[in-house]
Design a protein around this ligand. Structure first.
Ligand code: HEC
Length: 149
């Protein structure tokens, strides 16, 4: 082994050590960065989406269809009565929305509910890829029944 080869290996080792030192330093930062999930900013739909009109009329048929979708996809978190107390709710870092809260529900527009269920916000999943527009508007009509009309 020549002197210069020795030097190259040493240099490489120093660089590798430096790299791992940086990784060790950064990892607590990365964990910390993921932490402040608990204090979330208010969840606001864009103005245009808030104003969007619900194109789906409330019908018995539509509500029945939505009830099935709710049972399959939403009940696990939002609960049978919509109170946000489904079997999965306790395991989540955040309580699912309570659709029986009439005061809360009176403040949100159909467009807002539609936008929120479409785009989601962890741990609330986004549904726009899984459910059609019509299905999501039907679900808006359906979750409104939990607080009474
Ligand atoms: C994995 C659990 C989970 C599932 C499944 C789930 N949600 Fe949610 N949902 C949440 C949580 C948690 C929030 C609160 C999110 C936040 O405020 O950041 C939420 C919020 C919402 C909101 C917003 C209410 C508001 O005005 O703030 C709507 C609407 C909603 N969910 C509808 C649905 C519908 C419809 C389904 C089924 C298609 C569904 N969710 C399935 C957990 C879930």
């Amino acid at each position: 082994m020549t002197d210069s080869e020795d030097g190259t290996i040493l240099l490489w080792l120093k660089r590798a050590a430096g790299f791992f030192a940086v990784l060790t330093l950064l990892s607590p930062v990365a964990t910390y960065g993921a932490e402040p999930q608990k204090i979330k900013p208010p969840w606001e739909a864009p103005e245009g989406d808030k104003k969007a009109k619900n194109p789906v009329k409330v019908t018995r048929e539509g509500l029945n269809d939505a009830a099935k979708l709710y049972l399959q996809n939403c009940i696990i978190c939002h609960g049978k009565t919509g109170a946000g107390n489904g079997p999965q709710a306790k395991k989540l870092p955040q309580k699912p929305a309570n659709f029986t809260d009439a005061k809360m529900m009176s403040k949100v527009t159909d467009g807002e509910l539609f936008w929120k269920m479409s785009t989601g916000r962890p741990p609330m999943p986004a549904w726009q890829a899984q459910l059609s527009d019509t299905q999501r508007w039907q679900l808006v009509n359906y979750i409104r029944t939990f607080a009474g009309r």
